[in-house]
Design a binder for this molecule. Structure first.
Ligand SMILES: Cc1ncc(COP(=O)(O)O)c(C=O)c1O
Length: 432
């Protein structure tokens, strides 16, 4: 069987205890040498993956509603993506795109410029990871405005390097023990919190008591909050932030690292709001699993000159080759698929919620769906039970399980996913 056969013939099936014997051996080896900072969620040891399916070392097969955390946009090992990677690999692997011209780097930037949510001219910088795109945004926002402060939101996740970690405010443990965060970062309540949130809170609390708006370089926002719980802001919430930024000359930075590349049924999660950001961070699904990220910036704010920023590996040509194909597939069909199958999946989950008292909310857009449970322990128990049913899902926020499959999922696979999710919930209440 070739890897691609797996995509068409697999159905979730768990035939060993989990972890199975081969997985257990690997996990023992892993524990001896791998940094304990990594928080492994359940004992999945991947042998191969194709399309919507992942197979572990012991031959157990899982339906993947994680996509390697919202990364495998085109499904695992899409043949066109693998083909582009093979072709580029035979040509050259690396030539430091920060210092020399690499044609496929230019091609990715052209694609992103055409697809950007900004109506005016943009410039694009490529990095390796989401956090690098956010770091680049932080530096450029301060440089372009000459202002020191930045505002982010409670519940947000923007990365784990020193600058982006200062913006991240989803879980205290991500920050604790690492000393003082970057100075000048302030946090505001995200949509859905009690009382005032967003622009109204920033204006009435931060600008009154903490910082003058003229000292603020940027407001960094996830248009649909990911790690914080898959929270969709109400209509007008992002437009109010845009208006606030316009009023005070503050740059609006959309972090689309998790929500972008077709995942929400539009190319960018910010699209339905009609709001145009000044800077946009992209990552995760951009190259279908190869490390690549981007900072897209309105031309007028791209004021920095040669040598102001760069990276040895950023915009690696093999990753760029994967990105060109990914962006084409996402634009041609996968965004529409995410909208259609996402609606169907959401309906199935809402139907489940009407019968399952453990579930308190189902929300999201496209294939970025959050299922909220009565408490965090229950969400965790459902995540673990799903794994035993052959379904890969992951918690987020305080008590939510996220559904973020590859964008190639079809309706029948969504039905299988919903049925297995139902079984996992019933397992948790003890009725299975
Ligand atoms: C919205 C958002 N921004 C930034 C990041 C950081 O991306 P990376 O882990 O690639 O550094 C993440 C990762 O989950 C994210 O969800």
């Amino acid at each position: 069987m070739t890897d691609n056969d797996l995509a068409f013939s697999a159905a979730p099936s768990v035939t060993t205890e989990l972890p199975g014997p081969l997985a257990r051996d690997l996990i023992d080896r892993d524990k001896r040498v791998v940094s304990p900072a990594l928080g492994r969620v359940y004992p999945l040891v991947v042998k191969r993956a194709a399309g919507m399916y992942v197979e572990d070392l012991d031959g157990n097969r899982f339906l993947d509603l994680n996509a390697g955390i919202a990364v495998a946009a085109t499904g695992h090992c899409h043949p066109d993506v693998v083909g582009a990677i093979e072709t580029q690999s035979r040509s050259y692997l690396h030539y430091c795109s920060s210092d020399f011209h690499v044609p496929v780097y230019t091609e990715v930037c052209e694609r992103l410029a055409e697809m950007s949510p900004m109506s005016d001219q943009v410039k694009v910088y490529l990095g390796n990871s989401g956090t690098e795109a956010v770091e680049a945004a932080l530096k450029l926002a301060r440089y372009a405005t000459g202002r020191p402060n930045v505002i982010a939101f409670h519940g947000s996740f923007h990365g784990r390097t020193a600058g982006s970690l200062s913006l991240t405010a989803s879980k205290g443990k991500y920050r604790s023990g690492f000393g003082a965060p970057m100075p000048g970062v302030h946090h505001a309540p995200y949509a859905g919190a009690d009382g005032l949130t967003g622009a109204a809170w920033i204006e009435s609390v931060l600008f009154r008591h903490v910082t003058e708006p003229g000292d603020v370089a940027a407001i960094v926002v996830e248009p649909l909050q990911g790690e914080g719980g898959y929270i969709v802001p109400p209509d007008g919430w992002l437009a109010d932030l845009r208006a606030l930024c316009d009023r005070y000359g503050i740059l609006l930075v959309a972090d689309e690292v998790q929500s972008g590349i077709g995942r929400t049924g539009t190319m960018w999660a910010i699209d339905p709001s009609g709001v145009e950001p000044d800077l946009m961070c992209v990552g995760k699904g951009l190259a279908s699993g190869l490390p690549l990220s981007a900072l897209v910036t309105r031309d007028r704010y791209c004021t920095w000159g040669p040598g102001k920023h760069g990276s040895t590996f950023g915009g690696n040509p093999v990753a760029c080759a994967a990105a060109v194909v990914t962006l084409d597939l996402v634009a041609e069909s996968l965004t529409a698929n995410a909208a259609a199958v996402g609606d169907h999946f959401m309906e199935r989950l809402r139907d489940l919620a009407s019968r399952q008292a453990l579930i308190t909310d189902v929300r999201g857009r496209g294939l970025m769906i959050g299922v909220e449970f009565i408490d965090g322990d229950t969400a965790k128990a459902v995540e673990q039970a799903a794994f035993r049913e052959g379904l890969l899902v992951l918690t987020c926020g305080e008590r939510t399980v996220r559904i973020a499959p590859p964008l190639v999922i079809d309706q029948q696979q969504a039905d299988v996913g919903a049925d297995l999710f139902d079984r996992a919930c019933r397992r948790v209440v003890g009725r299975l």
